[in-house]
Design a protein around this ligand. Sequence first.
Ligand SMILES: [Zn+2]
Length: 315
Amino acid sequence: MRLILIMERTVGTVRRRAWLMAAVTVAAVSVVPAAVAQAATQRQDVVASFYPLAYAAERVGGNRVDVANLTPAGAEPHDLELTPKQIDQLLDADLVLDLGRNFQPAVEKASEQRDGPTVKLLDVLPVKTGGKTVDEDDPEALDPHVWLDPVLMGDIVTHVQRALARADPPGRATYRRNADAFRAELAALDTRFSEGLADCDRKLIVTAHESFGHLARRYGLQQEGVAGLSPDAEPDPKRLADLADLVERNGVTVVFTEELVSPRIADTLAREAGVRTDVLDPLEGLSASKQQRGATYTSVMSTNLAKLRDALGCR
Ligand SMILES: [Zn+2]
């Protein structure tokens, strides 16, 4: 694997050199002053491993960065595999953002070969990791879904701001201004969640996979996932029967499904328990249709709040 990575890197370097030589040739005949041309091309290349981190980088970086998201639109990020081109992109980036702790092992493995900075957010956020990693076979494993807590998302923004300021000191003031604006938006979202979920008939949410644990803890809810911490960890029949029981005992009215994960099992559970389903979006990736409609982290979270309030009978 290491050898393949190195070979890929070499191919990338050769390609880059060829491109650079072409650029030099163009510059030689161009009338654009060199300093201007250079300033225009000094955007920071940021590679983020999935949507919430890419969005944070876009918001904080503004027009000083080019952000690439390794997880394609409409795919979910657990167990992401990388193409050779993506590995090349990751190796060449000025800054890489991922969660670390085994959330996306392929990204972490490739990042190890980098010379430049990589921010592994689970290592720096105020989350008790207890030395654990993300492991779909272990029900006690680390919950990676930190971005669904608007307060922790604010902390992610702060770390992205610091990393960008380190990589590109002249942009420091821009990054601070952009980060302040996004943090204010997240603080307002946090207030709306706190107030919106304060007075409800029920506290239990049943989700497609256990992605809302950090959000549930922040706002005093309880979560049961039809699948485990990863959408691939499918429940056995006994677990489904127990869940149907739990749904009935707690007067749960909605079983939540996700756009990027098959609703088959959640549908079965809802049918068995005689309740309806609705889509709650864990923001692991934005579907192409949502992107086209201009949806963002904040707008999807607002929709999530409305659906939670409806399902829990909040006033
Ligand atoms: Zn997940």
